[in-house]
Design a binder for this molecule. Structure first.
Ligand code: SAH
Length: 276
């Protein structure tokens, strides 16, 4: 595996290599260089464009009309209550079927979670949309730097790339980290940085983050995540509650302190420490 490999970075681009590793020499821009040029960055398409996109031919063997099926998925998400047009547009753009095994491609746009290997799952579209909507709540513009814990197959990172200036995504299972790298190669998303490591420690070099999102749930929110969240930033994660059930938790970091809101019950894979 080449650690220096990177997509089509512009000349003079100081972004870290792709993927980067959690090492002291990863070359990630320091917090003081936090991107402020959000307006130069990609703007999500308005929903009507996202859902009327080109009818792109699918790879051989995938027996569905990708854009049309995605449009239906987005319409269904909107009916289920997802209101954020930027989230809907991003989900209308990202070809979800490219992130699952070919044998499962025809289920990629159904409201179901799917296995992605090594005992892990890609969340159902409704849950991805809900979490991204929560993450963006009240933010009309593009998010700044975002940290994702649990890259999995890379799908949610790809959606996030349309909603944030930079996405740092950590995975603790090397097999999945590499699978995500393969999956994402096709999309050439220069603002997605894949990291292999224990996401419970966050990724201090990219901090502070405007938003942090976790796709795996533990018994508590790791202190590193709170420490690495910017003041004014928001964290969305599954967490085990007092009743022993998992629920979605939203944490807002304000100048006055931390505000935690516990929302609906969810079923995410466990947050585990260490790498494998
Ligand atoms: N967002 C992903 C969902 C992957 S499932 C997607 O779109 O596919 C959650 C992932 O979290 C799993 O791949 C699991 O290995 C990973 N995970 C669990 N604990 C972790 C940790 N401490 N650090 C990084 N990743 C972790």
């Amino acid at each position: 595996m080449s650690l220096t490999e990177r997509p089509e970075a512009a000349a003079g681009d100081k972004r870290p290599s792709f993927p980067v590793r959690l090492s002291p020499h990863a070359g990630v821009p320091s917090a003081s260089k936090k991107s402020t040029n959000a307006t130069d960055a990609f703007k999500p398409l308005p929903l009507k464009h996202a859902v009327q996109g080109l009818q792109k031919p699918l790879p051989a063997g995938v027996g569905l009309d990708s854009q049309a099926v995605r449009t239906r998925m987005v319409e269904k998400l909107a009916k289920q209550g997802v209101q954020d047009a930027a989230v809907l547009a991003a989900m209308g753009q990202v070809e979800r079927h490219r992130f699952v095994d070919t044998a499962l491609a025809n289920q990629a746009y159904e409201d179901t979670s799917l296995p992605i290997g090594l005992g892990q799952t890609i969340s159902k579209p409704n849950v991805v949309a809900r979490m991204l909507e929560l993450l963006r709540e009240g933010k009309g513009e593009r998010l700044g730097r975002v940290l994702e814990i649990g890259t999995g197959c890379g799908y949610q990172a790809a959606v996030l790339s349309h909603l944030a200036s930079e996405v740092y995504s950590i995975e603790r299972l090397r097999g999945l980290h590499e699978k995500a790298r393969e999956n994402l190669r096709h999309f050439r998303l220069a603002n997605v940085h894949l990291l292999f490591g224990d996401g419970m420690e966050g990724f201090a070099k990219g901090a502070p983050y405007a938003a942090i999102i976790a796709a795996a749930g533990g018994e508590a929110i790791p202190p590193a995540w709170i420490a690495q969240l910017a003041v004014g930033g928001r964290l969305v994660a599954p967490m085990q509650t007092a009743s022993g059930q998992q629920a979605l938790v939203v944490i807002d970091k304000t100048a006055q302190g931390i505000r935690q809101t516990v929302l609906e019950a969810v079923h995410f894979v466990p947050l585990k420490s260490g790498t494998n």
